[in-house]
Structure formats: structure tokens, C-alpha cells
Design a protein around this ligand. Sequence first.
Ligand SMILES: Nc1ncnc2c1ncn2[C@@H]1O[C@H](COP(=O)(O)OP(=O)(O)O)[C@@H](O)[C@H]1O
Ligand SMILES: [Mg+2]
Length: 325
Amino acid sequence: MSRLQVVSGKGGTGKTTVAAALALALATKGKRTLLVEVEGRQGIAQLFETEALPYEERKIAVAPGGGEVYALAIDAEQALLDYLQMFYKLGSAGRALKKLGAIDFATTIAPGVRDVLLTGKACEAVRRKEKSGRFAYDYVVMDAPPTGRITRFLNVNDEVAGLAKVGPIHNQAQAVMRVLKSRETAVHLVTLLEEMPVQETADGIAELRAARLPVGRVVVNMVRPAVLDATDLELVRETPRAALARSLSGAGLGGARRGGHAERLVDPLLAQAEEYAERYALEQEQRSVLTDLGLPLHELPLLAEGMDLAGLYELATELRKQGIA
Ligand SMILES: Nc1ncnc2c1ncn2[C@@H]1O[C@H](COP(=O)(O)OP(=O)(O)O)[C@@H](O)[C@H]1O
Ligand SMILES: [Mg+2]
């Protein structure tokens, strides 16, 4: 199992939710996971119903079985200070720079450098060890930028190549790339069973592969429960109306009076079945496109009551059942 799990997907498909559920799912049997956010939206804090995350790793959840989930909202500016500290031992000098506003360039510097600072921080957490020699985190899960930007975001080497051919930024980019392109990393894509996100998933996978970045799994999120299957739908189509009315009546629907009332239920029911059949066909079509991608495929249910902490644990349990963690 890769120690750095990157979660991307079309915006709004549930990247943050799936990343959080995955972090919980991986934190079994006393394992420790770090969930990182790189886009400064405080989505993780919201999901775990805690206050905004500072630039500091802090425990936000305990998983069933005693594992722990830590979270960190990575901020490019802070990551730059860390980086300066690490390479140039610029502790207080870094703080002074920040006070002077010089560090503002972190937000205006070339996007590639910004990205290498963000991915660099995640990779540092992956490699970090405690004094005992044990990894500080068994897994790092990244709530990453959306599919349209993920390859560029991760492909920092290319991004900074034009800027820095030698020197610490170049070395940092190379070190980051070594982790990102290795089996230590897996990039998962979240999608819905709809044409647009599925197409984006297919395109995203092609791009990641072309950049030799390791593609992990596809997670289909917000899957609605299957009410009827293909056989049921066939049966609905073939059953004569009169027989349907009789069955309804026989089941005590439509009131005690003979005939009449049950008959009135037939049309709306058939209309609903037809609507469902259309949706079912569209979803099956997208499922088969996804299956053809040849990656492990997982499905998470649409939680009808909306998302809350209990729902998040439910999704984590589901991921574990499906062997993703
Ligand atoms: N399985 C699910 N069931 C119900 N609601 C979900 C599910 N997954 C995500 N959501 C909701 O969908 C919205 C988008 O999810 P989010 O994780 O923020 O997406 P993204 O990070 O991709 O923009 C949120 O309101 C979230 O609570
Ligand atoms: Mg998000």
C-alpha cells in the first residue's frame, strides 16, 4: 500500500470527503495518518467539525480500532519558511523576512515553485521518522487540486526545470519527484456516474500516465441505491397494465374499492419506472467506460441525510470493506 495517497477528481465530486474517509480508513490498528489540504479552503476542518486548521499538524480524529488521523492545511508561505529554515537554517531570519513582507513572494512566485513547496511539505511528512526509527505517519493522504490541474501540480520537476537548473529548488524538485513517481505514491481519482466527470477522469488518467505518475484507483462517489436491476426493468416493460393494476389492488394499494383506484396508480408508477430506467442506462454506460479504464474501481453511496461526521465514518468503513485500505 502506497504511503502517499493523493486524491484528485473533478471539483465537487467529493475529493475532500473521499480523502478524509480514506485517511480514516487507513488509520486502523493503531496506524497514524496525516490528511493534508493544499488549497487553503479549510474543507477538512469543516468536515471534521473542528475550528480552522492552523499550519500545524494536529489530531482531528480517532479511528475505530485506535488509529489516529492528524490534519494539516499546507500554506505555501509557511511551507517556504519551513523550506528556508531547513536549507539555510533561517529560523529567526525567516520570521524577520516575513515581517518585512519579503516572503510575500511565496504567493506571487512562479506557480511551479509554489507547487514544489506544497508537494515538498507532503513528501517531507511521508519520509519523516521519529527517533525510534518508526515513520511519523504510516500514511499521508492529500486532498489535492482537481483533475484538470493535478498532473501539472505533481509534475514539479518540469514546472521548475525552466526556472532552476541547479541549486536547492532544483534539488528539492528532484527529491519530490523521486517520491511522487515511485510506488510510494498513488494518485486516486474521484468521479460521479455522469458523463462529464467520467470523461475528465479518463483524460486525467491519460495525462498522469503520460507524465509517468502512478495512478491508483477510481472512486465513484455519491452512487444512488439501485432500486431495480435490468431484469426488474424488463419485467416492468413486459407486464400488461391490467395485470399491474390487479397486482397493486391485490397488494392492498389503491383502496378497498374494486378496480378504479389501483388503475390510477399505474401511470405514475410506470412513469417513475421509465425515469429510473433512463437513469439506470446512463449510469451503466458510465460504469462501463470506467471499467474499461482497467483500474480498481470503488463505489461509495450517496448519503441521503447529507454529510456529517457519522457519514464520514460510514464511508471510511465502506472503503475498508472494499479493500482500498
Ligand atoms: N457520498 C456522499 N454523500 C452525500 N454527500 C456527499 C458525499 N460526498 C460528498 N458529499 C457532499 O458533496 C459536496 C462536495 O463534496 P466535497 O468533498 O467538498 O467535494 P470537492 O472537494 O471535490 O469539491 C459536499 O457538500 C459534501 O458534503
Ligand atoms: Mg474540496
